[in-house]
Design a protein around this ligand. Structure first.
Ligand SMILES: Cc1cc2nc3c(=O)[nH]c(=O)nc-3n(C[C@H](O)[C@H](O)[C@H](O)COP(=O)(O)OP(=O)(O)OC[C@H]3O[C@@H](n4cnc5c(N)ncnc54)[C@H](O)[C@@H]3O)c2cc1C
Length: 375
């Protein structure tokens, strides 16, 4: 475990101001539906506008339309987007993990085919890992890709695939042999491919981002296999570092916290002020940890244990902060309230249990951390 304290440079702080000012103009309060972190609304036009600003695919290579910038610079942009609950749903997965994974493991043809679209906000990705009987024990997955002439035939079911309904592309993990870990391979799959049925599963708050994917004799050409046959497990583990170590793990609640901090309920209550102080101090600590992880990524390291540690601690922090705000609110907030903040608070209460499940449950992360610390 090696988290070293670090601060933003002047150039990085200038980028932060630029993004902040842009968002004030592009997303004035009241003109968009504020979201809860990465599970926010999809707005393809907004994603494209961010792409045009050079704020998607920032760390992807320039020759494929990316920004050739650092993980810290991406963190700065993402942090500002999450702070205002921006509609980032469409580009989120591609920008965070599928893009970097294709840049690392893809063929020349795959990089040319997908990276420019990720950087411009035109391609939206979803992650097809989990299956009805394979969540935590992902390596037990059974959906199969069978080698046939010119490609692969895929059969099976994926579940809990966030954003698949609106995505253009699925990056899926499939069994290509009986070896538990070495028998898994990733494929880049067009959302409209014949034989793939995508069915939304209504989430507890009424949204329909969550999907079940049914593959029936789906043909995938070999050119859409990502990386080596049998290399999928290691590739997927690398993606999970990107999925777990980011600021998205403790910023879902930011728009609610900002609203609450400025409310009379806090101004008039020393108890609420003390609670707000504790939340602010913990947020600042998580921010320092995330920044340290981003610097490690920029140094070419793969901070698996550090990312798991942040996710375990930060998602608990999000849930505890929500409990605090809800307690001070004093009554059950109404999901259908005319007050968008009350409605958002009600939504957060409904969906917050999922924060410590998606991307790996806390029980599993504790095992990852324990093993990592023992090394
Ligand atoms: C909001 C949300 C979005 C998601 N998005 C995606 C997505 O886009 N793509 C995708 O592929 N998946 C996605 N998932 C699925 C998610 O990754 C799985 O739900 C998660 O990995 C847990 O798997 P499971 O649901 O099968 O639970 P299980 O593995 O059945 O676990 C049930 C409980 O048992 C515990 N448990 C299991 N094994 C152990 C063990 N060995 N030791 C101790 N405790 C254990 C777990 O911690 C958990 O508390 C999403 C889930 C949610 C909630």
């Amino acid at each position: 475990m090696q988290l070293e304290a670090t601060e933003l440079t002047e150039a990085e702080m200038a980028l932060q101001m630029e993004v902040r000012e842009y968002l004030q103009q592009r997303l004035p309060a009241g003109t968009y539906e504020v979201g809860l972190g990465m599970a926010a609304n999809n707005d393809v036009e907004f994603s494209k506008d961010l792409g045009a600003k050079g704020w998607l695919g920032m760390a992807l290579p320039k020759e494929y339309g990316g920004g050739g910038r650092t993980a810290v610079e991406r963190l700065i942009v993402v942090e500002e987007l999450l702070a205002v609950g921006a509609p980032i749903g469409f580009h989120w997965v591609g920008d965070r993990q599928s893009g970097p994974s294709i840049a690392k493991h893809g063929t020349e043809e795959q990089k040319q085919a997908f990276l420019p679209g990720i950087a411009s906000g035109e391609l939206g990705f979803a992650i097809g890992m989990s299956e009805p009987d394979s969540g935590s024990d992902l390596a037990s997955l059974r959906s199969r890709a069978e080698k046939i002439d010119g490609g692969w035939r895929i059969n099976g079911t994926k579940i809990w695939t966030s954003g698949a309904y609106q995505a253009t592309t699925i990056l899926g993990l499939f069994r290509t042999s009986e070896h538990k870990h070495e028998g898994l391979t990733q494929f880049i799959i067009d959302r409209n491919v014949e034989g793939l049925t995508i069915s939304p599963i209504p989430f507890i708050d009424g949204t329909r981002h969550f999907c079940e994917l049914s593959f029936e004799d789906v043909f995938i050409p070999d050119e859409r296999r990502l990386g080596e046959v049998g290399g999928g497990w290691a590739q997927n583990t690398g993606e999970l570092v990107l999925e777990r170590g980011g600021v998205d793990r403790w910023m879902s609640l930011m728009p609610i916290l900002e609203w609450w901090a400025a409310s009379d309920a806090v101004k008039n209550s020393p108890g609420a002020q003390a609670d707000l102080g504790a939340i602010a101090a913990r947020s600042w600590a998580f921010r320092g940890m995330n920044l340290a992880v981003a610097r490690m990524v920029d140094d070419g390291k793969s901070p698996v244990t550090e990312a798991a540690l942040i996710k375990e601690m930060a998602t608990r922090f999000e849930q505890e902060s929500l409990d605090t705000v809800a307690r001070h609110y004093g009554r059950a907030p109404d999901l259908n309230s005319d007050d968008p903040h009350e409605s958002l608070l009600a939504r957060a209460i409904l969906v917050s249990p999922s924060w410590s499940i998606r991307g790996g449950t806390n029980e599993i992360l504790r095992t990852v951390i324990a093993k990592g610390l023992g090394k």
